[in-house]
Design a protein around this ligand. Structure first.
Ligand code: MG
Ligand code: MG
Length: 255
């Protein structure tokens, strides 16, 4: 079921959205060569705690997970695409890091992700991240009343495929509201004019996941959470929570 939010609810959802943006900024600021992924998680935790927000990631245990998620962020490095567990791995020069974070405040949830490099960046990584951001922007631009889910999916997929990248199969965006994962699903590739019609009051997490090597396959780590590219190439993941309004898309997780 898709819950349509009122104007007031969408305004209220800006609060957790802003906290997510601040937590991501703190994690990114903390990231440097020699800093551990646990340090990035701590930086995000401090922001959530300071705002009085709770984490929808911490303790989250979907059907596929062998253990509850132990962090407030997912930290996915290099060939890790999404769902990386923040651990004692220390960042190295040239790493590509994706941080995904959620916050719950006032009974509403926000969900967003950023990708960036640490130290001296590889040009190929910068291009991958730029393309992921362009795909996200294209998906957001298509998130307007009268369009359909397939229009968002097509916009994202076209940017990724045109650049020659793979798109992670099986995973994509989702509705956001009182909980983190709600209907409808928002695929990262699809046919225009297909799927559910977009209406004012829908709130969607839009989240392209790109694979540099050009294939779509992934594998799961022994930890049961971290999803990595099958070909070992690097991946990027970016995400915003976006409200569909009569005036067009409103990014609720903007800084
Ligand atoms: Mg997310
Ligand atoms: Mg999400």
């Amino acid at each position: 079921m898709v819950e349509l939010k009122t104007e007031e609810s969408i305004s209220a959802m800006r609060a957790p959205g802003r906290v997510v943006a601040q937590a991501l900024a703190a994690a990114r600021e903390a990231a440097a060569v020699g800093v551990s992924l646990l340090d990035l998680d701590r930086a995000a935790r401090a922001v959530l705690a300071g705002a009085g927000a709770s984490s929808p990631f911490l303790g989250y245990r979907p059907h596929f997970a062998p253990v509850p998620f132990p962090g407030v962020v997912c930290a996915s490095v290099n060939d890790a695409i999404v769902h990386g567990i923040p651990d004692d791995y220390r960042l190295r020069d040239g790493d590509l890091v994706s941080i995904d974070c959620g916050a719950e405040l006032g009974g509403w949830v926000g969900d967003a992700a950023v990708s960036f490099t640490v130290g001296r960046p590889r040009p190929a990584d910068l291009r991958l991240i730029e393309t992921a951001e362009a795909a996200l922007a294209a998906g957001i631009a298509a998130a307007r009343p009268g369009n359909r889910i397939g229009d968002i999916a097509h916009a994202i997929g076209t940017v990724c495929r045109t650049a020659g990248y793979g798109i992670m199969e099986d995973f994509g965006g989702h509705g956001v509201g009182r909980t983190m994962h709600e209907d409808p699903g928002v695929p990262n590739e699809g046919r225009p004019g297909r799927g559910m019609q977009l209406r004012p009051g829908m709130v969607l997490a839009i989240e392209p996941m790109l694979i540099a090597g050009g294939t779509d396959e992934y594998r799961c780590d022994g930890d049961g959470w971290t999803l990595r590219t099958l070909d070992g190439s690097r991946a990027a993941h970016v995400e915003h929570t976006v409200a569909i309004t009569a005036d067009g898309p409103r990014i609720l997780t903007a800084p």
